[in-house]
Ligand binder design. Structure first.
Ligand code: CU
Length: 115
């Protein structure tokens, strides 16, 4: 009979964890402030591009409901957060986008072609 288990002890003792870096601000970890906005919960809405006005930084979208703006489907003009976003879309494109009210104006904060 050879029931001795040799070697396991050697393997286990070689699994030494790397030293943890000291956390200088352990207390602050309890206070990771969550912004009061619901930006993280913003979902994308469906839309269809009707018109792109890059000079003005505006886009006309026929859009589906936008829950975070409490908006039903309609066609309307949005500002875009960054005019460069308009390079990715053109009239007639089906898109998915997020919009928010920025400075009192409805603003597309993200837009991408819909597949
Ligand atoms: Cu609208």
């Amino acid at each position: 009979m050879m029931n001795r288990i040799a070697g396991l002890v050697v393997i286990a003792s070689s699994l030494t964890a790397p030293p943890l870096l000291a956390q200088p601000s352990g207390h602050a970890a309890h206070h990771t402030a969550q912004p009061a906005t619901s930006a993280a919960a913003t979902s994308m809405s469906d839309g269809e591009v009707r018109k792109v006005d890059k000079d003005a930084g505006k886009i006309t979208l026929k859009h589906g409901p936008i829950p975070n703006l409490d908006m039903p489907d309609m066609t309307m003009v949005f500002r875009v957060k960054d005019a460069a976003m308009l390079d990715a879309v053109k009239a007639g494109d089906k898109v998915r986008f997020t919009a928010d009210k920025v400075g009192g104006q409805y603003t597309v904060t993200r837009i991408e072609p819909a597949k």
